[in-house]
Design a protein around this ligand. Structure first.
Ligand SMILES: Nc1ncnc2c1ncn2[C@@H]1O[C@H](COP(=O)(O)OP(=O)(O)OP(=O)(O)O)[C@@H](O)[C@H]1O
Length: 225
């Protein structure tokens, strides 16, 4: 479970100070499927990064299962992230010199899984996403939608409980975007918690809960019918 109390995030530079999150209270139970919406610059990505243990809090408390995240140092934070969180990035962030197979294998290498088991798991995920025939291709040799699938396959090989996606359909055509949301729905049905940042009403309506953020504050929190 994700439980956040009075989260404040301030970015400080030499000449500026931005209060990106300004007192967020939020609980997300295991297995929820949540969209975070709001205008540009409202703090959506910042919230996702804090939830994903990519960034620290300035003030407030963040409990993730048994961890008191707000008390952890950066190195410990990274450990929790590896254990709990998977990201699907907007621009896929596949490593361009590595094949689809190798990209999807990465989380397993980080977890010291042995070679034959890695192969089994990677092919299982590639098949699930319908791209097992592309295992040996480089990211530049496949389409945007296929890259997106590879990124999801990689997120899934880690088998972490929480999947975070920032504008996952942003670079996709409508049909592929719809396919992706169907896939996330299936993955959510397996019990994974999914949090999606999006500008797109269609994407949000595929989730079960929509949180609105304006100026770093939650202004709406509705369950989808
Ligand atoms: N690394 C950073 N350093 C300084 N300011 C930042 C940083 N990241 C974000 N900000 C600022 O924090 C505020 C919130 O940014 P954030 O990226 O979270 O918004 P967003 O809602 O995701 O926007 P968008 O929809 O345009 O992606 C903005 O004013 C932004 O300029």
């Amino acid at each position: 479970m994700i439980k956040i109390k009075n989260l404040v995030k301030v970015y400080k530079g030499e000449t500026y100070e931005t209060r990106a999150l300004d007192g967020i209270d939020l609980t997300i139970e295991d297995g929820e499927f949540v969209a975070v919406m709001g205008p540009s610059g409202s703090g959506k990505s910042t919230l996702l990064n804090v939830i994903g243990c990519m960034d620290t809090l300035t003030e407030g408390e963040y409990y993730l299962d048994d961890y008191e995240i707000h008390k952890l140092k950066l190195k410990e934070l990274h450990k929790v992230r590896r254990e709990k969180i998977s990201f699907v990035f907007q621009h896929f962030a596949l490593m361009s010199n590595f094949s689809v197979y190798e990209n999807v294998e990465v989380p397993l290498l980080a977890k010291n899984v042995n070679k034959s088991r890695r192969k089994k798991i990677v092919y299982e995920k590639l098949k699930m996403l319908g791209i097992d025939n592309l295992a040996d291709k480089l990211p530049t040799q496949i389409s945007g939608g296929q890259q997106q699938r590879a990124a999801i396959a990689r997120a899934l090989t880690s088998d972490n409980d929480i999947i975070l996606a920032d504008e996952p359909t942003g670079a996709l055509d409508r049909k592929t975007g719809q396919d992706l949301m169907n896939m996330l729905t299936d993955i959510n049905a397996l019990g994974k918690t999914i949090i999606v940042v999006t500008h797109d009403d269609k994407v949000a309506s595929a989730t079960k809960r929509i949180i609105n953020i304006v100026d770093g504050r939650i202004t709406g929190d509705e369950r989808n019918a």
